[in-house]
Design a protein around this ligand. Structure first.
Ligand code: ATP
Length: 347
């Protein structure tokens, strides 16, 4: 983790054109209402680096207690800068941030011991075993009781599934094992909040699955998890809530189901007669028509009654239909709808 002080001085904010209010998608009726205070709350949080780079621009973020909150955005969208402000590592240019109900960075000393953070990869000694790395971390914590150290380290290793490899030198660990060891270090004491910056970055699919499973387990125990990612499917797989960033600005936030539902799905017709199907859909006023092999897609019409009319029209026009339906909108659809741009996962 980067220490404070390495940061260039910030410059006062200049007058930028105002950003439209981010769309807050309401939770569907079935979503349990969160009544506890937010674990992370920012208001107008802004960071302009020396040199003029506006990395975070007027961010209003609300992370509900008990959520697995995905902080999603392409590379360079301001995620790490936000996390560094939340953890008190750098000062905002303007705006406020509170973590666990306390203002940051002022309350760092009381807040940070309750937060497990994995930012920019764990700092490990390669020549020490996994277990000894954790012992080192535990020793560095003045509140950790030395008499219970062995048990605490053993529990943390167990928790992340590293007990069988605990005696191996950390330099022999795979990247995924190193990430898990970093998580174990974050779990040496009970945490109310875990902040993970791109926890699966650089991992192979198996390593990604392991970290995601671990995140789900931790969340099931009631820990709020805030994780940043540039991977849309990752957010859809593990997160209950998400915020979408682009170029330092918040585009939208809310329950993941609500974010995708806010965007209309796509109508998909599978047919051996795609050109005819496209013509019929166009004649019926559908827009955004695309052809991909035997698949014809279009923006879904608003009412289900119209879907019945469309199938009837396709059949009437002699279009042979193999499959017909509305595909659920993904977070990627939501992102494209919000930005008018594709989501560049390669960064
Ligand atoms: N110390 C710094 N000084 C100047 N500019 C910076 C600094 N740190 C980040 N930036 C710039 O601020 C913008 C946001 O960067 P940030 O690292 O927060 O994005 P990110 O979404 O976390 O992306 P990544 O996943 O690539 O880290 C980028 O344009 C980056 O170049």
């Amino acid at each position: 983790m980067t220490g404070p002080g390495a940061e260039p001085e910030t410059e006062p904010p200049t007058t930028e054109p105002r950003v439209p209010e981010p769309a807050v998608i309401e939770a569907p009726e079935t979503e349990p209402r969160v009544t506890e205070p937010a674990v992370i709350e920012t208001r107008g949080l802004t960071k302009r680096f020396r040199g003029g780079q506006l990395a975070v621009d007027g961010l209003d973020l609300t992370v509900p207690a008990g959520s697995v909150f995905g902080f999603l955005g392409p590379n360079g969208s301001g995620k790490t800068t936000t996390i560094r402000m939340l953890m008190g590592l750098i000062a905002p240019t303007s705006g406020t941030a509170s973590v666990l109900g306390r203002p940051m960075p002022d309350a760092s000393r009381t807040v940070l011991p309750q937060v497990g953070a994995l930012i920019e990869g764990p700092a490990l000694y390669g020549f020490l075993s996994g277990r000894d790395n954790l012992v080192r971390y535990d020793r560095a914590d003045p509140t950790a009781d030395p008499r219970t150290r062995t048990a605490r380290v053993g529990d943390a290793l167990e928790r992340v599934g590293l007990a069988p490899a605990a005696g191996k030198k950390a330099r022999a660990y795979s990247l995924g094992m190193k990430q898990r060891l970093g998580l174990a270090a974050a779990l040496l004491r009970p945490r109310r909040l875990l902040v993970l910056d791109e926890p699966t970055n650089g991992l192979d699919p198996q390593g990604m699955r392991e970290i995601r499973a671990l995140v789900r387990e931790l969340a099931a125990d009631g820990t709020t998890v805030f994780l940043s990612s540039h991977l849309l499917d990752e957010i859809e797989q593990v997160c209950t809530h998400a915020a979408v960033m682009a170029r330092g600005r918040l585009l939208t936030q809310g329950p993941v189901t609500g974010l995708a539902a806010g965007t209309g799905g796509r109508l998909a017709v599978t047919t051996p007669d795609p050109a005819d199907a496209a013509r019929v859909l166009k004649e019926h006023g559908l827009t955004g028509i695309t052809l991909d092999g035997d698949r014809v897609r279009a923006e879904a019409p608003p009412a289900t009654a119209e879907l019945a009319d469309l199938t009837a029209a396709l059949v009437r026009e002699g279009v042979r239909v193999r499959a017909f339906g509305v595909e659920r909108a993904s977070l990627e659809d939501a992102f494209v709808a919000l930005t008018g741009e594709g989501f560049d996962v390669a960064g």
